[in-house]
Structures are given as structure tokens and as C-alpha cells.
Design a protein around this ligand. Structure first.
Ligand code: ZN
Length: 304
């Protein structure tokens, strides 16, 4: 490249660098979040003091994720690594070790009272209890996530304490507000319209909080497929109990639910966001949008 062209290129690039935050970008706290829901919570609490990389992005399934060499480099370069825990990211321990990560690891579910799910699935039939990792599907738990994220960010970046505390306080009050809305909406559903079918058992915490019953052909992880026996059992149950609606999930294949709909005549109630956010253009680009969308989708399908 000749020197004049080089100057022109430099002149073109300079405003871009300034616009992206200039010198401040380098000072940001580098945080890696394991999946999209957690990344949004970190964004809400960290604000512009943090730079967040997300390993499992929107509409992707963290249960079956396979880390890449690029992920190992991302983790290695971070000061803070935030994970859900409760066995959700089965691949994380190995990734963390192989990356040589030396920063601060935060488990967002620390202090949460976890639910056990009886594993009737997976084909092995040993019926052992499994810890349900989907704790974010309760807004009361989300407040514990936010507290852990806030405290972890403060520990890694003490100079940001007042910003993290203020952001977290604001976010926590929005969570409380949505929780009150959710409880009011679901309380209005008739008792015989509170059973729904989803793809995998991602709504245990939601069910316990809002008194709905979720029935799923797949277990707490999407790793093992539902057996023909599981599916037949659910089809009998839908018919016998007149379960009104079947809900798709953004991370799951809809083939199985289509079969259930064909054989039972249950209606499709819409798509629930279980383990991942939508992209920016979708209905669930943030955790609170996701939760509001799920409440609206459920109550709309079950009240009519
Ligand atoms: Zn799941």
C-alpha cells in the first residue's frame, strides 16, 4: 500500500475508534457470561463499565453446547467469568481449565434453593433425582442472580461499586414490578386451565412460583431425546386431562410437539423462551422481555 493511501485509511478509521469509546474501551471490565440470559443480567448491572462476551448466544441451547477454541481464548482474556451453575453448563469446567482462566468465577445461582426433578426420562429408567438448573424461570430467583452478579462485579472492580449498586437497585425494582404483574395475570386463570405441554422440563421454578403445571416429553436437559413411550404417555395424558395447549420453545425442535398436536388436537399456544433470549428483533431480547413474553403467551392461550 502506498503511503498516501495508508493515510487515507487511517483518516477513515480514526472517527470509528473515537465513536466506540476511544481510550475508555480498554478500561472496561472484561466479563464472559455463559449464556444469553445471564449476559443480559450482567449488562443491566454492569452498564457501560463492563464489556461482555457471551458463549451461548440467543436462541441457542446451552445444554448441548460444544465450546470452540475461540471460546477458550475469550475466557482466557476475561477478568470475570459468570456461569449459571446447578449443572447447566456441563462443558464449563473443562473449558475453564483448558483456557487457563485466572480471573474471578461467579456462580449466579449461589444461595438459590434448587429444585430436584425426578428423572423419568432418558431411556435408562433409573429414576434418579436431578437438580433442575433453570432457576432463572422465577423472578424471585432472578433477584438472587442479580445480587450475585453485583457482588461479583464489585469484587472484581471495586471502583465501580456505586455504579453497580445503583444499576442493581434499579433493576431489582423492575423485577419486583414484573413479578407483581405476572402473579396478577396468572391468578386470573381458571383452575382447570393451568396445565400445559412444553418440549423439555425447563419450567419447574416457574411452575412452583405461579402454580401452573408443565408437562414435558424431554427431561431437565435436552441432551437425551424423548422415547416413544414418553410421547405416548403424554398423548394419553393430554386426551384424558383435556390439556388445552402445547407450547414450543425457542431452543427446541418442534417436530415432537407437532406430532403431539396432530394426535391430540391440542392447540399450539405459541413459543416460550426457556433457556435463551431471542435476537434483538425478536420478542425476548432481554431477560425481562422474555419473562413478560412468556407470561403473555401463556395467559393468552390459556384464558381463551
Ligand atoms: Zn433447559
Amino acid at each position: 500500500m502506498n503511503p498516501r493511501l495508508l493515510l487515507q485509511v487511517a483518516a477513515l478509521l480514526t472517527p470509528v475508534l473515537l465513536a466506540s469509546g476511544g481510550a475508555h474501551a480498554a478500561d472496561k471490565l472484561k466479563v464472559v457470561a455463559s449464556f444469553s440470559i445471564l449476559a443480559d443480567m450482567v449488562h443491566q448491572v454492569g452498564g457501560d463499565r463492563v464489556e461482555i462476551a457471551t458463549l451461548v448466544g440467543p436462541n441457542a441451547d446451552a445444554h448441548v453446547y460444544q465450546p470452540t477454541p475461540a471460546d477458550a481464548r475469550t475466557v482466557a482474556g476475561a477478568k470475570v467469568l459468570i456461569v449459571n451453575g446447578l449443572g447447566f453448563e456441563g462443558w464449563m469446567a473443562r473449558l475453564q481449565k483448558s483456557s487457563g482462566f485466572k480471573g474471578r468465577a461467579i456462580v449466579a445461582t449461589k444461595g438459590i434453593k434448587s429444585l430436584q426433578m425426578e428423572d423419568e426420562h432418558g431411556g435408562k429408567g433409573h429414576g434418579h433425582a436431578e437438580t433442575d438448573p433453570h432457576a432463572w424461570q422465577s423472578l424471585a430467583n432472578a433477584k438472587i442472580y442479580v445480587g450475585n452478579v453485583r457482588d461479583g462485579l464489585i469484587a472484581a472492580d471495586p471502583a465501580g461499586r456505586s455504579a453497580y449498586e445503583a444499576n442493581a437497585a434499579k433493576y431489582l425494582s423492575r423485577i419486583d414490578q414484573l413479578d407483581a404483574e405476572a402473579k396478577a395475570k396468572i391468578a386470573a386463570l381458571p383452575p382447570d386451565r393451568r396445565r400445559v405441554i412444553t418440549s423439555h422440563e425447563a419450567f419447574g421454578y416457574f411452575a412452583a412460583t405461579y402454580k401452573l403445571e408443565f408437562i414435558a416429553p424431554e427431561g431437565v436437559s435436552t441432551e437425551s431425546e424423548a422415547s416413544a413411550k414418553d410421547v405416548a404417555k403424554i398423548i394419553r395424558q393430554i386426551k384424558a386431562q383435556k390439556i388445552p395447549a402445547v407450547f414450543m420453545e425457542n431452543i427446541a425442535d418442534r417436530k415432537l410437539l407437532d406430532q403431539i398436536v396432530r394426535e391430540t388436537g391440542a392447540k399450539i399456544g405459541g413459543t416460550l423462551y426457556s433457556d435463551a433470549l431471542s435476537d434483538q428483533a425478536g420478542p425476548a431480547p432481554t431477560y425481562l422481555d422474555m419473562f413478560r413474553h412468556n407470561i403473555q403467551t401463556l395467559t393468552a392461550a390459556l384464558s381463551s
